[in-house]
Design a protein around this ligand. Structure first.
Ligand code: GLA
Ligand code: ZN
Length: 669
């Protein structure tokens, strides 16, 4: 269930309670000029709507919503429970978090409530209930936005108790827990749940959150934190539902955000939404990967782009400006990957505090003749033109990439083989290779149905759970290809090593055995001659057990042993890459896999050109062409189609030119 709309909702975070009402007329005049039809309201208004424990005051919010409705705009209404009012923290100090070092915080900042605090929970749900009661029938209401960017960890005594309760539910007996965490190691056998402490700097950790003596407890604390914050979300959702059974509910995620396993949240959202602030200088595939991960949360259903900056961020040391045309390109990139809404943070710039320099559609001077405003308005016209053409469209991917928070956590909190291997980087390298070869990719959880896919990429799948190995074998059995990499198939769901040859349950499919692995500093490059490329960080020493060697290590005592293998399995293949290949090496391997299934796209050799397909509910096939290069892209059309943005028709074989940063949305005839 996602919000129904006749076009892509366009707008963003709007906090008019932060400035005098005289400005509101100008705000709405400018919104109309820019084609803004959707406002996210109330994200940080708790201290206005509840100035004291026993005082609620919705006068301002009423005006904001009524005004939106009068102007024909829709509202994504936030419950505002991510930033506490000072009175709450003063009256109930336990709502403030205790940090990793064990320090109880005092009032300040935002996104900092203890998820286990009944005082917080009661007041947050009371606020959500009052909002739902008041605005469920409001004509402007389009969607509910619970809280904001859930995240962070608390180690207070309330959380310790909640953790013990969570463990009792999960393990039932202490024997099961002791076995899972392997506690006989270092004399840790627990004899009572009360003896268990949250893993932090005062207990199991040294050097920080990734250095733990017991991976089992640390992993469970990640899972517990995911569930504890999810509990806060669910409590608010439940009270909203008592007053409003229909309006779709979401909360804004952060893409590849390590602290929370969004796959555990996904079933509880009516639709997924997320805030895109790609790392500085990241290639375009980085944002694309996060979009595809978010689309994968609800089984491929479209998501909302809840926030992006129209121009610049403020929180980084260095905050580059988005170049002319970049905003349009990133917005269409989001749409190409499944976004059914395009929203900004923020509509008008804050006058004070830490985000006063954060980009906004309307700057401090309130002008409509700035470059940013003009670009926003031009995009508004294009989205109007696009109408409902892309709404509800699905991605017809035949390649899946497995993304697994447990593997991410387990890999990065492991002592050995290497602290230098970063989950996101390896996953991104494989994703990038597939995308740049022109394949659409679904980024899916390990529990996903794999039957629609010809190719399944499983980079650094450190933890293998449930029946996954059998389902991967089934992919190969019927002719598909499965690719796994170094440090895959190492541990079970409790981070215990498999008592078999590496790569554990993946070994039969890969046709290999690994007894040893080497790891080296980042500067060291191990030549891989057959790929004219290099491997880094980790070098597993592979013994083929049925697999054929595709490429070998070029130096050291394991020179000549396989770095890349391919195993015939059923009618398909299992590929294994035993080292962190550099990008050109990954590209070659992935292209060989994709070409076996005819999945290399027609524009794979155009550097900087991204393609993405969607199929609209009526069956129309949409092809997005996105030119990330600073030069024009000269292409040839492959089908007869109409560009929905320019209205121009192209026949197969016609030349097709994209401007630098240019976009085309081709609807095939
Ligand atoms: C996040 C938050 C917003 C704002 C922006 C600034 O995404 O949700 O409230 O702070 O960052 O980039
Ligand atoms: Zn706590």
């Amino acid at each position: 269930m996602s919000p129904s709309s006749s076009k892509i909702p366009y707008g963003g975070d709007y906090n008019p309670e932060q400035w005098p009402q005289e400005f509101w007329d100008a705000d709405h005049r400018l919104f109309t000029r820019a084609g803004i039809d959707t406002l996210t309201v109330g994200v940080f208004s708790w201290s206005v709507t509840q100035p004291a424990e026993d005082t609620y005051d919705f006068t301002v919010l009423d005006r904001v919503l009524d005004r939106a409705a009068a102007e024909g705009r829709q509202v994504c209404l936030a419950t505002g429970t991510a930033a506490l009012p000072p009175w709450l923290a003063k009256a109930y100090p336990e709502v403030n978090r205790t940090d990793f070092e064990g320090r109880r915080h005092r009032y300040g900042q935002r996104h900092n409530f203890c998820p286990s605090s009944p005082a917080y929970r009661a007041r947050a749900t009371a606020m959500a209930a009052r909002l739902a009661e008041r605005y469920a029938e409001h004509p402007a209401l389009l969607a509910w936005h619970i809280n904001n960017e859930y995240g962070g960890v608390c180690y207070c005594d309330l959380c310790a108790d909640a953790f013990r309760h969570w463990l009792r539910n999960k393990y039932v007996t202490l024997d099961a827990l002791n076995d899972a965490w392997w506690t006989t190691f270092w004399s840790h056998r627990y004899t009572s749940f009360e003896e268990i402490e949250p893993p932090n700097a005062l207990t199991e950790h040294w050097r920080g959150p990734d250095h733990t003596a017991f991976q089992g407890i640390t992993l469970d604390y990640f899972r517990f934190t995911t569930d504890a914050l999810l509990g806060c979300f669910l409590a608010e959702k439940e009270v909203i539902r008592t007053h409003d059974p229909v309006t779709p509910v979401t909360t804004n995620f952060m893409g590849m955000f390590r602290p929370l396993d969004y796959h555990r949240w996904a079933p509880h959202l009516d639709f997924a939404s997320w805030d895109s602030y790609p790392p500085l200088d990241a290639p375009p595939t980085r944002a694309a990967l996060a979009h595809d991960l978010m689309r994968g949360l609800k089984d491929g259903a479209p998501f909302w782009l809840m926030e992006q900056t129209p121009s610049t961020t403020a929180c980084r040391d260095v905050n580059p400006l988005r170049r002319p045309g970049e905003l349009r390109l990133t917005t269409f990139q989001a749409i190409a990957h499944g976004a059914d809404a395009a929203l900004y943070f923020q509509m008008r710039a804050s006058r004070g505090a830490c985000e006063k320099y954060h980009g906004a559609v309307i700057g401090h001077a309130g002008r409509d003749d700035t470059r940013v405003f003009r670009e926003v308005a031009a995009l508004g016209v294009e989205l109007e033109t696009l109408g409902d053409a892309t709404l509800g469209a699905r991605t017809p991917a035949r390649t899946a990439l497995l993304f697994d928070w447990d593997s991410w956590w387990a890999l990065e909190i492991s002592d050995g083989p290497s602290r230098l291997v970063k989950y996101q980087e390896v996953v991104h390298a494989y994703y990038r290779a597939a995308r740049e070869a022109g394949a659409d990719v679904d980024v899916v959880p390990h529990t996903a149905d794999l039957t629609p896919y010809d190719v399944v990429l499983a980079p650094v799948l450190h933890m293998v759970k449930g029946d996954l190995a059998a389902r991967l074998e089934a992919v190969a059995e019927r002719g598909g290809t499965v690719l796994a990499t170094f440090l895959s198939g190492r541990v079970d769901e409790h981070d215990r090593a498999f008592l078999t040859d590496v790569p554990g349950p993946l070994a039969p499919l890969m046709g290999i055995r690994i007894d040893e692995w080497d790891s080296r500093q980042a500067e060291f490059a191990q030549p891989i001659p057959q790929l004219a490329s290099a491997g880094r960080l980790v070098f597993e020493i592979v013994q083929p057990r049925g697999a054929e060697t595709v490429a070998t290590y070029g130096s050291d005592f394991y020179a000549g042993t396989p770095a890349v293998t391919r195993n015939a399995y059923g009618r398909g293949e299992g590929w294994y890459v035993a080292t962190a290949l550099d990008q050109p090496g990954v590209d070659q391997v992935v292209r060989r896999v994709l070409s076996r299934h005819d999945l290399i796209g027609p524009y794979a050799d155009h550097e900087g050109l991204e393609t993405a397909a969607r199929v609209a509910p009526g069956g129309a096939r949409l092809l997005f062409l996105l030119n990330h290069a600073a030069q024009p892209a000269g292409l040839t059309a492959h089908t007869t189609a109409t560009d929905l943005l320019s209205g121009k028709k192209v026949e197969a074989g016609d030349p097709l030119t994209l401007d630098p940063l240019g976009v085309a949305v081709l609807r095939a005839h």
